[in-house]
Ligand binder design. Sequence first.
Ligand SMILES: Cc1cc2nc3c(=O)[nH]c(=O)nc-3n(C[C@H](O)[C@H](O)[C@H](O)COP(=O)(O)O)c2cc1C
Length: 194
Amino acid sequence: MKYPDILKPDFSARDIASGVDQTISHRWSPRSFRKAAIADEDIQTLFEAARWAPSCFNAQPWTFHLSTDESFDKYLSLLAEGNRIWAKNASLIGFVVVKKTFEHNGKPNNYAEFDAGAAWMAMSLQARQMGLYTHGMGGIHHQQVAEYLALDDDHKVVCGIVIGIADTPDALPAEVAAKEKPSARKPLSQVLRR
Ligand SMILES: Cc1cc2nc3c(=O)[nH]c(=O)nc-3n(C[C@H](O)[C@H](O)[C@H](O)COP(=O)(O)O)c2cc1C
């Protein structure tokens, strides 16, 4: 791993059935990050992974808007306060935007957010392979983000993301540190019907 992962999280809350690839079952979303730069070539690799996600009509309706050194503070200011507290130490902040209509016929693309979710997940799994972590954020100021990015009506801000190098939980305020562990899931029987 290019980015050494110092965390040894307790996965005991996860009743992971055998056979699942650990890149998937051991992915989780920390909030404690150690401020450090991610090399440009690695940023390219992360979003190259996202590029290979499937999408309806292969429309690839997502755009990832990513902070630079210069714009990081502006991006941070567009997050809800509860997220700013910890996201400030991430290496990168981003916003996921989708095009609401298909390019080929102008009709509404009802699958755009589904597709963007697939792209984000591909990027997140690639991040784990490289020793990096991601964290999604619904807690953003959607309208302000749209204005800052000068989006037209055919585009929608879906959510925020961070990418970073994890730090130990003691670097967080106590109330945030308490949540800093891999979470459980609903039983499969609740989400799989056959
Ligand atoms: C679309 C989306 C929005 C989220 N919004 C927030 C958020 O605003 N703040 C936060 O701390 N975590 C947020 N999360 C993280 C989720 O709470 C987390 O992914 C979930 O609890 C499962 O935990 P895990 O990712 O560690 O497996 C969000 C995740 C996603 C995918």
